[in-house]
Write a protein that binds this ligand. Sequence first.
Ligand code: ADP
Length: 190
Amino acid sequence: MSASRLLLLGPPGAGKGTQAAILIERLRVPQISTGDMLRDAVARKTEIGLKAQAVMERGDLVPDEIVIGIAEERLRQSDAERGFILDGFPRTLAQAEALDRLLEKLGRPLQKCIAISVDEDELVARLLKRAEIEGRSDDDEATIRNRMQVYREQTEPLVNHYRGQGIAHEVKGKGSVEDVEQRILEALGG
Ligand code: ADP
């Protein structure tokens, strides 16, 4: 398995974070999650956190320039030279294009995009369960439905963007964590 610059794409609740945590152990590269970084900024009440909080609570997208800025800063850190697992970024075409430009400038283009797909009813059920356990404020049903719609409209088209680059692999997110892990490893060719 030689690819070390990966993107996990998929709707909320598809299991990106879970699979990213497994992959970083195998590949020894950092996970880069804009959702985690934004939640951290909200918790610390930084300028970005204060701007992002209300948007996130509605399940809408934080403005591209903010997210591109934090992702770029993170990708420029030295531990990302060996590779990275992107999770939750990019989410719009403008973000994907900014990422392409940055990685080209750094001479480290993305190697694979793993697009995880799961039925919407299953996703909503998973997220409602996660809400009970973690108490995330954007995990109530109306907000979840909004996040799904935002995903379909703004993020799903990215699968085509990466198909165009010949690096998209579609993986079904049904079944156990191990089932999905196995499918991802197959897509990564190892
Ligand atoms: P999930 O994987 O459950 O959809 P994340 O933890 O990735 O959620 O993101 C939570 C929220 O953070 C999103 O609903 C959005 O408001 C904001 N966010 C995270 N990443 C981005 C991004 N790349 N662009 C815009 N907003 C983002």
